[in-house]
Design a protein around this ligand. Structure first.
Ligand SMILES: [Zn+2]
Length: 309
């Protein structure tokens, strides 16, 4: 047995297969990405914690002689085991390695692929239907997001996708719709652009806020950021039913029907939630990247076809 193998056995370290599983689970819990191990003690310790590794196991050092340079290189055994497991996941195309990821995101991280995402869901017994709502990043979805946000803002824009058909959910449509959702939600800093609500599920894996199509999906609205805004569930519903729309400069326009709404409706206790958050001429919270503002053609369509003036 090799020197490294003997050390792993003597210290009763977890097997590489066990570390691979722990890595997939950790990636899912960290929304699909973890920093490369050399720059993140936090992740290294978190995964060590999953195996309840003791001090000796965490600190064991492997000494290798580099004969050419005649020097001894010391590598922490646990780091090396982690790296080997991650590298093996990369070979199986379950993750992308930091060298590949950095080209897409400019950050040196391990990132789940779609295949790795599915494998991690299976390990945690999470159904694949839930995949659509999770925040988890995958390499393929990040590529889609890059396409969606690296745009030149067109003057002439058709918010309707004439080629869009009602499609069954295939791998491609799932990647596209998750790309749309994540790109819109992240552009708006994960908050409702009307009331500012920012809220997560208790497992911190999904947002309350939704990516709303301005020209709705049912009218073949495009799945791109120029046709999307981030809204909480109440404001998404109010936008889709025509309670409010947006002016070309992204200010709220409220339906005149609000004057007919009984006084005790839309309230939470004494707080007049519906009326206080929907104020005529109030600007919505805009994305910091102004290239990603809703396109005026999208809001014009919404005012004409959905808004209940
Ligand atoms: Zn809201």
């Amino acid at each position: 047995m090799s020197y490294e193998g003997t050390m792993l056995e003597q210290l009763a370290m977890p097997t590489r297969a066990e570390v691979e599983k722990a890595l997939l689970i950790t990636l899912l819990k960290h929304n699909g990405i973890i920093k490369e191990f050399a720059s993140s003690e936090e992740i290294v310790n978190e995964i060590a914690g999953l195996f309840s590794l003791n001090q000796e196991q965490r600190e064991a050092v492997l000494e290798r002689v580099y004969q050419k340079e005649n020097r001894i290189v010391k590598t922490p055994l646990w780091h090396r085991l982690l790296y080997r497991a991650a590298d093996s996941l990369a070979k199986e195309k379950l993750v992308t390695n930091p060298k590949t990821t950095v080209q897409l995101t400019n950050r040196r991280e391990w990132m789940l692929t779609e295949k790795g995402f599915d494998a991690a869901l299976r390990l945690l017994n999470i159904s694949s239907e839930q995949k659509e709502n999770l925040l988890v990043k995958s390499y393929e979805v990040q590529k889609e997001i890059k396409k969606l946000i690296d745009i030149e803002r067109p003057k002439d824009y058709n918010p309707l996708d004439t080629k869009k058909k009602t499609q069954t959910i295939t791998r491609e449509t799932s990647i596209r719709s998750r790309g749309f959702r994540q790109a819109v939600i992240e552009s708006y800093d994960c908050r409702c652009c009307v009331c500012g609500l920012k809220m997560q599920t208790p497992d911190f894996m999904a947002w309350e806020v939704e990516a709303a199509h301005i020209v709705p999906h049912s009218a073949n609205g495009r799945d791109d950021v120029l046709n999307g805004i981030a809204l909480c569930r109440l404001h998404h519903w109010a936008f889709d039913t025509g309670w409010f729309s947006l002016s070309n400069d992204c200010k709220i326009i409220v339906s005149s029907q609000i004057t007919r709404l009984p006084k005790n409706y839309g309230k939470i206790g004494e707080y007049d939630y519906f009326r206080d958050t929907l104020t005529n001429q109030k600007p919505i919270l805009l994305p910091s990247n102004t290239t990603l503002l809703p396109h005026q053609k999208s809001v014009e369509w919404h005012r004409q076809h959905v808004f209940y003036s």
